[in-house]
Design a protein around this ligand. Sequence first.
Ligand SMILES: Nc1ncnc2c1ncn2[C@@H]1O[C@H](COP(=O)(O)OP(=O)(O)O)[C@@H](O)[C@H]1O
Ligand SMILES: [Mg+2]
Length: 286
Amino acid sequence: MSPTAVLVSCSELPEGDGDDDAVVPALASLGFSVSWAPWDSSFDFAAADAVVLRATWDYAARRPEFLDWCESVPSLLNSADVVRWNTDKTYLTELLDAGLAVVPTALAAPGDDARFPATDFVVKPSVGAGSRGAARFTAGADASAHVAALHAEGHTALIQPYQSSVDTSGELALVYLGGIYSHAFSKGAMLGSTMDASGLYLTEKLAPASPPAEALALAEDVLDAASALLGILRAELLYARVDLVRGADGKPLLLELELTEPSLGFRQTDPSAALRFASAVRQQLA
Ligand SMILES: Nc1ncnc2c1ncn2[C@@H]1O[C@H](COP(=O)(O)OP(=O)(O)O)[C@@H](O)[C@H]1O
Ligand SMILES: [Mg+2]
């Protein structure tokens, strides 16, 4: 019998946004029988050999329910433990404590007072995706009302100095498959982005990129440190995306480590990346 792989999505985008299209034939070429299913559907996930999170972009507002579902799926990739750790951005402070170059991050849990940096800064929920609940403030502004609003929803607030390089050079995303570097792409500065034809959203400008050595070195250190904190081998991570920005001194800083449902930029790289992904899925079966 051929092994089965399910790519997991959400009901609004049952087959993702197109980024994973090449993954389906790549898995099929390795003998997998492949389907898509939203995580909160009646699909029999427990029966599949590989259940691969790809486009579960509605989890943030329903995290406890999502994590319960993750626990119920034996062959989930990445694993439920990884997803639990990674869906709360307080992991950034663990990586800071481990000595990594991370965007300075302060936490204010419900009940705690928040202190704001002397520079422009960002306040965002520790659980969130797609920039929801994130707001930028100018130096000296009082962001207490935004913090209180996040607390009222049960969120811990993350407070970071605003990294203005996001406006000029954007973000660099480094993609790892099975713990091994695969490819990278850049996410252009939003200021330079254009309105989508529908007029509904700003299109993200994604482009292939070759990471400078210092970015690659930081991404490698981030993966080693995260694996150590999780008590797993790097190879146990089917996929990882390391999002870097440049600090004021031009050196790379970690903005986000995506181990849950990152877009992997398959449309921004060579077609063999989808084959590397399929090969990494097969490796996880062993
Ligand atoms: N400290 C920061 N400095 C500059 N821009 C930021 C900062 N934090 C977030 N942003 C902007 O907000 C976006 C979303 O924040 P991020 O931390 O990546 O969360 P998520 O992608 O999970 O919503 C980023 O892609 C970036 O454009
Ligand atoms: Mg992000």
